[in-house]
Design a protein around this ligand. Structure first.
Ligand code: ADP
Length: 568
């Protein structure tokens, strides 16, 4: 034993044994000490055992502890020199690991001999002892120093390991995952709080009466026994979904199970099994919610798609129908235009005939009268003959005027719509309608609402309507005793105006009313039955309406409703 001095004195031997025993008891005292307290305690013990002048212990702080730097001295020195000594010993310890060195004695004269022993933390952890004793350090001193350094290092490391273990246990305890250990035969050893709660277990006693296969849902046991367990034992790990069961409610709970084997580090033999498993219910619920949402969304999308497809089909059909209607309308319009032209031509011819009939009759009568006078050869009648001829000329001029007016009416060629003065338009049409109709004694009353003075229309066409209605009314009153024709305009509301043509004529029999606006329905010998149907077409082309109603007390009222032009 090369490190043992020859202890010649029994006293010395006893002292050495006593010191060794004292050192061996220290770890028990250090049970609850932190690193600094351990360093201080070991420094105090060594100061006395080695009869040293100074002991310096330095150890790195483990985990959250600060570095433990402790100096113990046999002398009383000032605080300033204590720091100085510490610095000297620290550098001495670095340079002289397990070496003996000597420095100038910082406490007085002579030499301070130094011995250092490293602590098994690596780095700078060490215990340094200094003594002015020229025999220092003996082998016994070095033995005691080494043992003390080992004891202190072990105590500090154990403290560190215990702290880590405590930390680990608290993490496992607080984990929301299912954590458990079991013997290799399946007897549970430990379940954390979360595991007990998830399976409805009251605690360790209840758990110990069970086997890990009891934790599983019955339908999973065979798979766990023949598939998962052999894999755990063979490869060290099995990871998969497994249904466990709640011991109180019987609820089947899906888990993601990480099941692994724990081996002895030294021998490599399996010693335990453990698991960290996750309750999959929240995840499954989320998945099923998502699935339901997705399905609802898909359903909604497909509903909307088919709705859109239907709408598209409807729109296509409507568009086709509209195109067909447009074609029909165009055709009808062409027919109406044709009929209108026919009617206008017929009316113009009729009007011409009517208009011209009277002045031409008067003209013929005058000329015949003149001829008779001249045949009688009575010169005293020259003045009378001149008067008669003047009258004839006047009638001829009147006929010419009628033709001129009609030509003007027909050849104005206005086809565009524009804002027209409604009273003027009606006055003109009424004058034209009644000119040459002869003395029927019809009382005409025109009444205009000042709020319905403007109309957006094609003047010629609207006048044609008025002309037709007024003529019909006039003709219907040919046999009436009470002959009153009224044309009244009125503002109905913000959006429409009305022109009513009312008479005290024969009125309309029911069979005529039924077909009133259809072409070629007439009660007149010389009528074409086109007037009203053309009137309605014209009014509708103006986005208006033409309607009939009987006049109370006898006669007819035709009402033309038209959109009022915008204020601006
Ligand atoms: P027409 O004047 O060529 O017969 P219309 O279409 O103008 O063609 O009129 C159709 C028929 O409606 C007339 O034949 C007549 O019997 C009747 N009618 C039109 N207006 C009146 C009215 N104001 N009073 C009585 N009957 C009318």
């Amino acid at each position: 034993m090369p490190w043992v001095d020859r202890l010649s004195e029994p006293e010395e031997l006893r002292r050495c044994i006593r010191d060794l025993v004292a050192l061996s008891t220290l770890p028990a005292i250090w049970k609850d000490y932190n690193s600094r307290q351990i360093a201080d305690s070991v420094a105090a013990a060594l100061l006395s055992m080695l009869n040293a002048d100074v002991i310096y212990v330095t150890a790195p702080g483990l985990r959250d502890e600060p570095v433990a730097d402790v100096v113990r001295m046999s002398h009383t020195v000032s605080i300033g020199s204590s720091g100085h000594i510490e610095r000297i010993l620290r550098s001495a310890s670095r340079g002289s690991r397990e070496q003996i060195s000597a420095i100038d004695n910082p406490f007085g004269t002579g030499t301070l001999r130094i011995a250092a022993a490293p602590m098994s933390f690596g780095s700078d952890a060490a215990i340094v002892a200094g003594s002015v004793n020229p025999q220092f350090p003996s082998e016994t001193h070095r033995l005691l120093l080494g043992i003390a350094a080992n004891q202190a290092a072990l105590a500090m490391q154990r403290r560190h390991a215990e702290a880590e273990q405590r930390c680990l246990v608290s993490v496992i305890e607080r984990s929301s995952e299912f954590v458990g250990f079991a013997h290799l035969d399946g007897t549970p050893q430990y379940l954390n709080k979360a595991a007990c709660e998830l399976l409805g277990l009251s605690g360790i006693e209840e758990m110990q009466r069970l086997n890990i296969f009891d934790f599983m849902a019955p339908h999973e046991r065979t798979r766990a026994l023949h598939e998962a367990l052999p894999m755990v034992m063979g490869t060290g790990r099995w990871l998969g979904e497994l249904d466990l069961r709640h011991f109180r409610t019987g609820e089947i709970i899906p888990f993601l199970v990480d099941w692994f084997r724990i081996d002895d580090k030294r021998t490599g033999h399996p010693t335990n099994m453990a698991t960290v498993s996750r309750d999959l219910r929240p995840q499954k619920k989320l998945e099923s919610d998502l699935r339901r949402l997705n399905e609802a969304l898909e359903e909604r999308v497909s509903e909307r798609t088919s709705e859109l497809a239907e709408a598209l089909e409807r729109l296509t059909l409507e568009a086709e129908e509209r195109t067909r209607a447009d074609v029909r309308a165009q055709k009808l319009q062409l027919e109406l235009l044709h009929a209108s032209r026919l009617s206008a031509a017929g009316q113009m011819a009729g009007a011409l005939a009517h208009e011209l009939n009277q002045p031409l009759t008067a003209f013929t009568n005058s000329v015949n009268a003149g001829r008779r006078m001249m045949a009688n050869d009575a010169p005293h009648r020259v003045d009378t003959i001149r008067d008669v001829l003047d009258e004839a000329a006047e009638q001829a001029l009147r006929a010419g005027e009628i033709i001129r007016q009609l030509r003007e009416f027909v050849t104005r060629g206005e086809t565009e719509m524009r804002i027209e003065n409604l009273p003027d338009l009606i006055r003109e049409a009424s004058h034209l309608a009644l000119t040459g109709t002869g003395p029927h004694g019809v009382q005409v009353r025109l009444s205009f609402d000042p709020r319905a003075e403007a109309v957006f229309a094609n003047r010629i066409q609207l006048q044609q309507v008025m002309l037709n209605l007024i003529r019909n009314s006039h003709e219907a009153m040919a046999q009436s005793e009470w002959r009153e024709l009224e044309v009244v305009t009125a503002r109905l509301d913000d959006e429409s105006i009305e022109i009513a043509v009312a008479d005290r004529g024969s009125g309309l029999p029911n069979d005529i009313v039924e077909h009133l606006f259809e072409p070629f329905h007439t009660t007149k010998v010389d009528g074409m039955g086109l007037g009203l149907s053309i009137c309605r077409s014209i009014v509708e082309a103006h986005r208006g309406k033409l309607g009939y109603e009987p006049n109370c007390g006898g006669g007819a009222i035709f009402r033309v409703t038209l959109p009022a032009p915008l204020e601006r």
